[in-house]
Design a protein around this ligand. Sequence first.
Ligand SMILES: Nc1nc2c(ncn2[C@@H]2O[C@H](COP(=O)(O)OP(=O)(O)O)[C@@H](O)[C@H]2O)c(=O)[nH]1
Ligand SMILES: [Mg+2]
Length: 561
Amino acid sequence: MSNIAGRVREAFRGDQRVDADALIARLDAVRRFLTAVDGLLPDSDLVPAHTLVERAGTRLALSRDHTVVALAGATGSGKSSLFNALAQLELSPVGVRRPTTGVTHACVWGPLEGANHLLDWIGVLPRHRFVRESALDADDETALHGLILLDLPDFDSVQRSHRLEVDRLLGLVDQVVWVVDPQKYADRVIHDSYLREFHRHRDVTLVVLNQADRLPPVEVPRVLDDLRRLLDTDGLTGVPLLATTALDPAGMVGLRDALERTVAERQAALRRLAGDVDTVVAGLDELVGSARPAGGPDDAAINGLNRALAGAAGVPAVTEAVERAYRHRAGAATGWPVVRGWRRLRPDPLRRLHLPGPAGDQADPAESLVAATSVPDPTAAQRSALGLAIRAVADRAAADLPAAWPGAVTSAARSRLGDLPDALDRTIAGTDLGLDRRPVWWRLVGGVQWLVTLAAVVGLGWLVLGYALRALGLPALDNPMVGQVPLPTVLLLGGLLAGLLVAALTRPVVRWAARRARARADQRLTARVAQVGDEYVLTPVRIVLGSYAQARDALRDAARR
Ligand SMILES: Nc1nc2c(ncn2[C@@H]2O[C@H](COP(=O)(O)OP(=O)(O)O)[C@@H](O)[C@H]2O)c(=O)[nH]1
Ligand SMILES: [Mg+2]
């Protein structure tokens, strides 16, 4: 949060109470976020969120009555001395016995039992746990009941394991008291590597300038001012800053009071986790951004996809076969009966593609389930056109999404690419191409053709009979005349001419109707192919876009304090 309003709000957060239910709701939102992006975003980006969800769940389940406060700082700043002074016990070895401070010691105010699970989880060994309750002056300590104070190893230790231990514990404790001394308070390590990292945990951060007795009293305010200025640059504006002297009980009063307040409020654990959620949400913000998720791939990209799918599925080959099949079948039904039979002998163009042939000539239904038309396989050009179209769909759909998402959208769009050829083939095989019904006009024209042919045959028969009678010297038939021409001749020639004329007139009509049949088949096939595209390409893309929207909403809920 970089704007001024944000800074002001953050600065005053120290006084705000964190509602446990609200915190749990925010953690749930982080969990929802993780579910939404599972498998879509790189796991490495999600580690902090997973860690938070797990840690927070455990911390809240373990004990909300205890407050875990860590004393952290550089070697020799006086952590162990403060620890001992607060516990009023010589527990944790002070400087003279360094470097034994590589282990964390814990002091529990109040009964140890309740705190044990918490300390097990934090990882403080039982032999390094102490109880303040057993001391004789226990009554004075009731104000600190519930406090678990940790003396951490030095974070500037030369031993890497100590530093790792400090980092681990700083991730788990509820509140941190940073201990600095007059010599090293301005040290870059403490500010750059630690304090600055804690700027989202201001409300569980406290800084003490220890060994204040080593400064001339007039110098103390000046050093505190200087330290305050450094803390401001660290982003820790407003955190409590105290001067302490571990060697003098009077020099510990301010720190004790601060700890008593922390224990009484029982807010530190919640505030710490709230700060953790802030940190995680801020880290995820870039992954999700605030882009409004697009409604889905746009129409232009979808049209391009459908065209490419149709090409790859062999729709043009099928529709061409439909046109030819129409002509073939119409010819067989309406052609001149003399040559019709010969036409039937030629194979039906659709059957050649293993698509439904003429009615009654259907392929075995079981066969069509396993698909396998003989529509030619897509060419390399068609395949790459399909690849490009799928890519375009993904690109357009992901255009407004943050950088982490387009990859996921593209993989989703391509996720079922391998199943596409079969699905397309099955779809083509299962599409009703609209050629099953024989149009009435075919039958009418066919009937007319039969009639005129019959007339020609009758005329021929009549003429043959006339010739035969004449040849045998029998009395000739008295042929009725049509004008100057005898009726049998009219029947024969008229029938033949009419047959040829009807065939000639029908031909353009058949061609026109065949083109219409082709257009109809094209429409049906394209629609079915588009359904396949929707199922195999667009739906996976929409699912990812839906996940994005869910992730975005979840993160917005998680950010709400
Ligand atoms: N004068 C003075 N010396 C202190 C104070 N606190 C710690 N020391 C001394 O500083 C040295 C380092 O202290 P220690 O508690 O071991 O520091 P740690 O490394 O942070 O645990 C020891 O010799 C302490 O006696 C203080 O407030 N005033
Ligand atoms: Mg120490």
